[in-house]
Design a protein around this ligand. Structure first.
Ligand SMILES: C[C@H](CCC[C@H](C)C(=O)SCCNC(=O)CCNC(=O)[C@H](O)C(C)(C)COP(=O)(O)OP(=O)(O)OC[C@H]1O[C@@H](n2cnc3c(N)ncnc32)[C@H](O)[C@@H]1OP(=O)(O)O)[C@H]1CC[C@H]2[C@@H]3[C@H](O)C[C@@H]4C[C@H](O)CC[C@]4(C)[C@H]3C[C@H](O)[C@]12C
Length: 415
């Protein structure tokens, strides 16, 4: 198969593929059919949010070049699907000149550094946009490009804390807990920055002009959490953390351990669905307190806990599958792909190395994503080919290589 994003040819492991269908298997497509076909992205290598943004763009057809540092032994990018890698030393004027040339031919540059880093390198937006006014200059940071925290180091948990949302996450009488680094890094960061890029591309198709995207993970996370702010007047969050309807306060919106040490997720909010939950659990509704009697929730939770502990996860799944009780098994990552529903939809895919990961979402009916399934790039694997494409002649490339401005690891990639 041909990988449209990075041009790699590869074979998919067919045996495993039959167990876990690939969303694109059997479908013939051309790169021109993908939503972001023709979009050229320069992604400066970062930790997690920007790589995710680059991967989404690549999944939907953009040609993403990741600019790595030189003298790096290993890529830190676990979201490298479909990308090409150029190893370039930006601490040298020649390296800066190479990046400028790459950006001249790009639609998007994505930078994940602390405020001021790009300006210090002479690669700030005023410079790059002057040279290429159609460029979309995406800046993905924790605290944004202004404000007193703008230059401070931080990670997902700090941004989530600053968004207001972390204060709401956690069990009753316990300290706040971050839901992995999902909310700020990925939902409020990488994904929101992707939205900004797609919006700017759309706008550019009318105005012909690029623009700067100031994607702050604090603001992105807060925006994802708009429901929490805007539903406060409904009384949904009046009680302390962990004691409300949707924060594990309600016994009908929680997880329960099964007899085999696994868990079931229960989301039976509406009365008609709650009724089916009670039926499935084999309880007598008349002997239970009313569903919304908050003072009875602790007692009701104890009852549900005891009942769920009497059967295995598979037994509960059998009882609840096909009902509207809103009860599902809590699947570990390595079981999610093989659940019948997810298999039927091809929700997960397997790459050429046998690694399973989620299929790009959402599914577009005419121009769906076709994620590249070949292996991730080695740092500097595509330096030569990218520079050639960009118009550098071989003498110039050799000079850059021998001066250590760029590194080429084609050979390492073949090992
Ligand atoms: C999996 C782990 C990742 C966890 C994610 C975590 C939870 C997050 O929240 S990520 C979000 C972080 N925040 C941001 O992205 C916001 C914006 N960015 C910043 O605020 C900062 O960049 C920063 C705080 C994140 C980092 O600050 P830092 O001071 O390091 O950098 P900057 O100020 O931005 O400046 C960058 C400098 O670099 C220069 N530069 C950049 N590119 C080039 C280039 N091509 N050439 C030359 N120079 C370049 C630039 O000029 C700047 O220079 P100056 O400072 O002089 O201005 C992973 C977290 C840690 C990983 C492990 C670790 O790395 C060790 C191993 C490494 C190995 O390769 C792989 C295994 C590791 C164990 C690795 C494993 C995982 O990846 C981690 C655990």
């Amino acid at each position: 198969m041909f990988c449209p994003q990075n041009g790699a040819l590869y074979d998919v492991i067919s045996k495993r593929q039959t167990k876990l269908p690939l969303p694109c298997s059997g479908v013939s497509f051309s790169v021109r059919e993908m939503a972001l076909a023709g979009v050229r992205v320069i992604e400066l290598a970062g930790l997690a949010p920007a790589p995710f943004c680059g991967m989404i763009l690549s999944d939907f057809g953009a040609r993403v070049i990741r600019v790595d540092r030189t003298k790096v032994t290993m890529a830190m990018d676990s979201q490298a699907r479909g990308k090409r890698s150029v190893a370039l030393n930006l601490k040298s004027p020649q390296g800066v000149a190479v990046l400028k040339k790459l950006c001249l031919q790009a639609d998007v540059v994505l930078e994940p550094f602390r405020k001021g880093v790009m300006e210090k390198l002479g690669l700030g937006p005023e410079v790059l946009l002057e040279e290429n006014p159609r460029l979309i200059y995406a800046r993905l940071t924790g605290y944004g490009q202004s404000g007193s925290y703008a230059k401070a180091a931080g990670h997902d948990i700090n941004y989530l804390a600053m968004s207001g949302l972390l204060s709401m996450l956690g069990r009753s009488s316990e300290k706040p807990y971050a839901p992995l680094n999902l909310m700020a890094d990925f939902a409020g960061g990488g994904l929101m920055c992707t939205l900004g890029i797609v919006l700017a591309l759309l706008e550019r198709s009318k105005s012909g002009q690029g623009q700067i995207i100031d994607a702050s993970m604090v603001e992105g996370a807060a925006y994802v959490g708009s429901f929490m702010w805007k539903s406060r007047s409904l009384g949904l969050w009046n009680r302390p953390r962990g004691e409300n309807l949707l924060d594990s306060g309600a016994p009908f919106y929680d997880t329960y351990q099964t007899s085999d040490g696994k868990h079931m997720a229960v989301g039976a909010i509406e009365p008609q669905f709650y009724e089916q939950l009670i039926q499935g659990l084999g309880l007598d509704a008349a002997s239970l307190p009313p569903q919304l009697s908050m003072s009875d929730w602790p007692e009701l939770r104890r009852t549900f806990t005891q009942v769920f502990a009497q059967k295995t996860q598979a037994e509960w799944s059998k009882i609840f599958d096909g009902t509207d009780a809103c009860v599902t098994p809590v699947l570990p990552l390595d079981e999610a792909g093989s659940h019948p529903h997810n298999r039927e939809r091809g929700s997960f895919l397997m790459d050429a190395q046998g690694e399973v990961s989620p299929r790009p979402a959402p599914v577009l009916s005419r121009t769906p994503a076709h994620p590249c399934l070949s292996r991730d790039p080695v740092v500097g694997e595509h330096t030569r080919s990218v520079l050639e494409e960009c118009g550098f002649d071989s003498a110039h490339i050799e000079q850059l290589l021998s001066a250590g401005i760029v590194e080429c690891n084609e050979a390492k990639a073949r090992l």
